[in-house]
Ligand binder design. Sequence first.
Ligand SMILES: NC(=O)c1ccc[n+]([C@@H]2O[C@H](COP(=O)([O-])OP(=O)(O)OC[C@H]3O[C@@H](n4cnc5c(N)ncnc54)[C@H](O)[C@@H]3O)[C@@H](O)[C@H]2O)c1
Length: 428
Amino acid sequence: APATTGRSLEKLRVAVLGTGFRGQSHLDLLLRRDDCVVTAIADIDQRMIGMTKELFAKAGAPAPVVYDQGPEDYLRLLETEDLDAVMIATPWRWHTPMAVAAMRKGRYVGVEVCGAFSLDECWELVRTHEATGSQLFFLENVCYRRDVMAVLNMVRQGLFGELLHLEGGYQHDLRNVKFNDGVEAYGGGVEFGPKAFHEARWRTAHSVLRNGDLYPTHGVGPVANYININRGNRFVGLTSMASKARGLHEYIVNHPKGGPSHPNAKVEFKLGDKVTTLLSTVNGETVVLHHDTNLPRPYSLGFRVQGTKGLWMDVNQSLHLEGTTEAHRWAAAAPFLEKYDHPLWQRMADRAEGAGHGGMDFFLVNAFVEAAKANAVAPIDVYDAATWLAITPLSEQSVAQGGTLQAFPDFTNGKWMDRAADFATGGY
Ligand SMILES: NC(=O)c1ccc[n+]([C@@H]2O[C@H](COP(=O)([O-])OP(=O)(O)OC[C@H]3O[C@@H](n4cnc5c(N)ncnc54)[C@H](O)[C@@H]3O)[C@@H](O)[C@H]2O)c1
C-alpha cells in the first residue's frame, strides 16, 4: 500500500488551474463529493470561466475566488489561497511551471497528461518533489480504464506468462479538435491559434512546430503498469520514426470553410501523421507506441499485451491463452475481462456511472482526492510522470536524427530496483 505521511483530512481544499473542458470535467467530479471544497480557480478565458461558474451554481457550491489576471495569475492564487491540493489542466506549456510552483508551496499536486518539451523539465519535476517533499499525482486516466485494469489483474495472476512485448498509443482522429471556427469546439472551421476555441487555440501549434510522439502517456501508462516500469524494471532505449505529414493540410483544403486559398492551406505541418516509437527495457521486453492523430480513423489506443502463454489485443477485443482458448484462434476478450474485473471496479462501478471516458475519470479523481487527503505517495507519482513525459523529447530527438537510438534516463536514480509495484493495491 502507498506510504502516507499521516494526515487524514475530512475536507480537501482544492484549486483548479485551467478550467477549460478538462478542468471542468474534473470540477464536475470534485463538486459532487462531500470531502472536497473547491475554493479557487485560475483561467485566462472569460468564456471558460463563465462555463465553470455555471458548474458551481448547478452543484449548489459556493462560487470560487477567480484568478483571471493573465497567464501568471496562478502565482497570486498560490500565494493567497490556503489550500491542500491543486489540480492542473492547462495547455501543456504550463504544466511544469505550475506543478513546480505548487509543490514549492507545499501543495499536493495533480497534473494533467501531455509530453514534455525537454528532459530538463522532467528532472525539474523530480528534483522539486525531492527538495520539497510535496507529492505529484500524474493524472493518467487510462490506467483506470476497466479493460486495462482487468488485464492488469490477469497479468499479475500470470495468465499471459512472462511478458515479452507490449503496444499502446494514442490513435485518435483529432482533426476536428485541432481546427474549429472559434465558436463551436469541434470542427466548424479550419482556424487554430487565437481565432479558435478550446484545444485548437494551443494544441495545433504543436503539430506545426514539432515532430515526435507528442502524447505518449495514454499508451505508455497502462503498459508501464503491466511491466513494472520504475518498480523493478526501467526503460533503457528508445527509437522513433515519423511518416510524412499530409492529414492536416488535406483537412484544411477539403473543409467547406477552408479550401486551397484559405491562409491556413499554406501552413506546413511538421508532425508526421503516424509516429512510431520502439522502447526497450532492462528486463528484456519491447514496447511499441503509436501516435496517430491527423488521419481519418476510429479511436483506438491499440493495446497489445503479449507473454509466453498468450496475448490480448484491444483493437479486435480478443485474446488468446494457450491451453485455455482454442489453439491458433482468437477468443472474445469480454468473458475474461468480466471474470478478472479489477476489485476497484467491482467495488465502485456504480459510483463511476456517467463519469467521463466510460467511468475511468471517476476512479482517477477519486484516487487523487483520497491520496491527497492522506498526503500519500501517488499511485502514479513524479517518477512515473517524468519517465512517461520524457518519451516526447526523446522521440523528437530520435525522429530528427532519422531514428537514432536514445538512452533513456533513470529518473529514480536507482530507486527503481526496490520500489514496489503497487498500482491500485492501496484501496484506490
Ligand atoms: N486525460 C484525458 O483524458 C484528457 C482529456 C482532455 C484533455 N486532457 C489534457 O488536459 C489539459 C487541458 O486540456 P483541455 O481539453 O481542457 O483544453 P482547453 O483548451 O479546453 O482548456 C485549457 C484551459 O487552460 C486555460 N489557460 C491557458 N493558459 C492558462 C494560464 N496560464 N493560466 C490559467 N489558465 C490558462 C485556457 O484558457 C483554457 O480554459 C491538456 O493537458 C490536455 O492534454 C486530458
